[in-house]
Design a protein around this ligand. Sequence first.
Ligand code: ZN
Length: 134
Amino acid sequence: MIKKIEHLGIAVNDIQEALSVFETLLSTSSYKEEIVESEGVKTAFLKVGESKIELLQATNESSPIAKFLEKGNKGFHHVAFEVDNIEEEIKRLTDKGFILIHQTPKEGADNKRIAFLHPKSTFGLLVELCQEKS
Ligand code: ZN
């Protein structure tokens, strides 16, 4: 079951510069900064009520964030939905014909197991499923 919007991912060139702006915008400090080597990203999280903003900076040139920015995109990158059972959701969505980038959950930032859907399935929107590790 999909429970809520867990966070919105924002792609930036310079996470420290972006943090100072978003911390002012949201009147809060980031509660976590973390590098996810497997994804080639440095992340920072800010709370907005029950949801979060995830800032993402590439840590190398083959990072999905580096490629996203190279194409001339910036800003909004993905929406993450919190699920109660990520294996079940991957199976449910695969059975419904959605294309999953990850058929099995992988390690994400902020103590989560994650899987991305291919944006081809969702009108160009990049969707992440995430489940808190217990
Ligand atoms: Zn995310």
